[in-house]
Design a protein around this ligand. Structure first.
Ligand code: PMV
Length: 307
């Protein structure tokens, strides 16, 4: 059976989430899929044609170290196993690709070993890989890659799925624009650590936390204009922390100029992707996608939450 790890976007709260504040985040309807194919020779290896990635477990590369970290966390040794994957999200674009990959690998390994893939085991294995890539991951990417859905993540308590008091789950159409600018989550997390002195009381981090609370209430109340306003302000605060770039600023400005309620970078920044929410009018969505295309960015619309 093909294993999956979902990609994700962070609507509000990235970086602050590392310091204990909430993040409003959702799994994408796409991610990384993986099959484990037993072989007789060649050792443990990983092949993802969509990312042009072919590695052996004993290669000297970050991806090989991640593969081994997952295998070690699951105590499966180095079996004769070919892991063959497909990816529907770009790599290194702030869409949770490394966590989606780690979860898909862990699920495929557990299926091969005929062991249950319970969330705690998956989180333990994927976090071993994420620690190598990120240094200090909050865990939001891994939680969403495992369960999917839409919720508020806190470092201390994990992911709480978002529900209204009447039990309904909010849904949201989001435009996603992967800038194509490469970046490193670890470097950006370090940049914020230097900008804030790693003090959770830093006013920019606490404002990002408050914006997350305000935006979450706006989403629960179906107030897209209010949600968009919190996203616009969060982008400014993230810029002030040094994690935006001129390309990300331009992509957000284009979206706002064309009528988006809000736009911001998503994930670690320094490159990667932007997100925008538009009024419920497909013409504006199409105009934003066309404007991004003219800037050589192929965006897409993702439906988050209830389907
Ligand atoms: O850019 P991504 O998908 O790696 O997201 C990182 C999110 C951060 O809040 C910046 C870091 C974290 O571990 O939560």
């Amino acid at each position: 059976m093909t294993a999956v790890g979902w990609g994700k976007i962070i609507l509000l709260g990235e970086h602050a989430v590392v310091y204990g504040y909430p993040a409003l985040a959702a799994a994408l309807d796409r991610g990384v899929t993986m099959d484990a194919v037993p072989t007789t020779k060649g050792g443990m290896r990983l092949n993802i044609p969509a990312w042009n990635a072919t590695i052996k477990a004993n290669d000297d590369s970050e991806l090989a170290r991640c593969l081994c970290a997952i295998a070690d966390a699951l105590s499966i040794g180095r079996p004769e196993l070919s892991l063959v994957g497909d990816a529907q999200i770009p790599h290194g674009a702030g869409l949770g690709s490394s966590a989606a990959l780690a979860v898909a690998i862990a699920r495929a390994m557990l299926a091969w070993a005929k062991r249950p893939a319970d969330p705690a085991t998956l989180a333990h294995a994927a976090s071993a890989s994420e620690t190598l890539v990120h240094g200090k991951p909050s865990g939001v990417d891994v939680a969403l890659a495992i369960t999917g859905g839409l919720g508020v993540f806190r470092r201390a308590s994990g992911l709480s799925p978002l529900k209204r008091s009447d039990g309904t789950v909010p849904s949201l159409r989001v435009l996603v624009g992967p800038s194509g600018q490469p970046r490193s989550t670890g470097t950006m997390v370090q940049k914020v650590a230097e900008a804030t002195g790693e003090r959770p009381a830093d006013t920019r981090l606490s404002e990002l936390g408050k914006l997350c609370d305000t935006g979450t209430n706006a989403l629960l109340g179906n107030d897209l204009a209010a949600l968009g306003a919190t996203m616009n302000r969060a982008h400014e605060v993230l810029s002030d922390l040094g994690v935006s770039t001129p390309i990300l600023d331009d992509l957000c400005k284009q979206a706002r100029d064309l009528g988006a309620h809000g736009a911001k970078l998503t994930g670690a920044g320094g490159g990667g992707a932007v997100i925008a929410i538009a009024p419920r009018d497909s013409r504006i969505e199409q105009e934003i996608l066309a404007a991004w295309k003219a800037m050589s960015v192929t965006g897409f619309v993702a439906t988050l939450g209830a389907r």
